[in-house]
Design a protein around this ligand. Structure first.
Ligand code: AMP
Length: 368
């Protein structure tokens, strides 16, 4: 399948080319057509599979196919769990929609309401929002959602983990009953399954082959004593000096401390963890994307949904708590079929988690 199959508007096709997308990813092959056809879609896909473009390209095409009248009203709403993911989706909309006359705004907490109110008043076609702040705006009457034609719930399982389901139900209640609903989730816990049954009408179910991101990634584990972790990390960073690295730790405190230690050891490193202000988080993310920092030390929550396509290595300084968190972390590398490596430091207590990860991957992890 090629992108030509979908007969996108020439501007959209040009943007796809400019971004260097050659062929649609599996989730795009399956989802674009039904989304264009205004069907409800349940997408089982994690970050790194190209799921954002899978819903954004048809949304943008929809803006062109069904031009709005004279007043600019929100026609599509994307709800995402974190501000980083919201910013990323907004950026994807601007990249994929360059040259189209549409406006997109991001809405999330931790920053001032006023610029968001101004943006909403000026009129937007697309809103990319985190649930809490969007509800604040709804309650204050800064926005109405009665014109929304399509709603996308992205990373629904994370929104559930973060306790956002009640907020999401309130948001859905503010939308027209007759609408298109797209639900994306990497996993299908019972709560998401019931939500899907409740809010989707005759959905098309699409899945990104789970093996795909994993196939291009090599995994290795390093049995090590707790005191051996830092020397090993320094060694790995020297050995793989050419590519960007995300290092995962289990706590915010460890992330911060480790980033300082790496900086003192001469690495261009920074940390991304929940204690940072929004500005500092943005600065860390932008700096990492631009390459001003080569090493990003992060916690799971802070790194959720982050898309950094050039990440070559993920180093689990601390093993994650669940096998799903493992696939999530390593989803940051080997994106869109680039190769990546996942390195995990394991102490004696971590062996049962290693076995759980091996069961999930269906293969043993290489011991180094
Ligand atoms: P996502 O899963 O939406 O976070 O996308 C992961 C990364 O893949 C992003 O950097 C996208 O720009 C990139 N991407 C999306 N679709 C394609 C494609 N068809 N070919 C190459 N890269 C893509």
């Amino acid at each position: 399948m090629t992108f030509e199959t979908f007969s996108f508007h020439p501007s959209i096709s040009a943007n796809i080319k400019r971004l260097g997308y050659q062929t649609p990813t599996p989730i795009q092959c399956q989802a674009i057509e039904p989304v264009l056809g205004r069907r409800d879609v349940m997408g089982l896909a994690q970050t790194g599979t190209g799921k954002t473009a899978a819903f954004m390209l048809p949304l943008l095409q929809g803006f062109l196919d069904r031009p709005s009248g004279t007043s600019r009203v929100p026609r599509a709403l994307v709800v995402a769990p974190t501000r980083e993911l919201a910013e990323q989706i907004h950026k994807a909309a601007l990249d994929l929609g360059r040259g189209l006359r549409f406006r997109s705004a991001t809405i999330y907490g931790g920053v001032s309401m006023n610029p968001q109110i101004r943006a909403l008043r000026q009129g937007v076609d697309l809103i990319v929002a985190c649930p809490g702040r969007l509800l604040d705006h709804l309650r204050q009457g800064n926005v109405t959602l009665s014109s929304v034609e399509t709603v996308v719930l992205d990373e629904a399982d994370h929104m559930f983990d973060m306790g956002f389901l009640p907020d999401i139900r309130k948001i859905l209640a503010a939308l027209p009953k007759k609408r298109q609903t797209l639900l994306f989730s990497a996993t299908m816990p019972t709560a998401i399954h019931s939500l899907a049954r409740e809010i989707l009408t005759d959905p098309v179910i699409v899945r990104a082959q789970c093996e795909k991101p994993v196939e291009t990634i090599s995994h290795a584990i390093y049995p090590v004593a707790p005191t051996g972790k830092t020397p090993l990390l320094l060694h790995l960073l020297r050995e793989h000096a050419e590519r960007s690295v995300i290092v995962f730790t289990k706590t915010k405190h460890r992330a911060k401390k480790l980033a300082v230690l790496l900086e003192n050891a001469g690495h261009k490193a920074t940390s991304l963890q929940g204690n940072l202000s929004q500005n500092r988080r943005q600065e860390a993310m932008d700096g990492f994307r631009r390459g001003a920092y080569r090493v990003l030390v992060a916690t799971d929550i802070a790194a959720r949904g982050i898309d950094v396509s050039q990440v070559g290595h993920v180093i689990n300084y601390d093993i994650p708590d669940t096998p799903e968190a493992y696939t999530h972390r390593i989803g940051r590398t080997g994106r869109a079929e680039r190769t990546g490596q996942a390195h995990t430091m394991v102490t004696r207590e971590d062996m049962s988690m290693v076995r759980a990860v091996e069961r999930l991957l269906g293969k043993p992890l290489q011991r180094l």
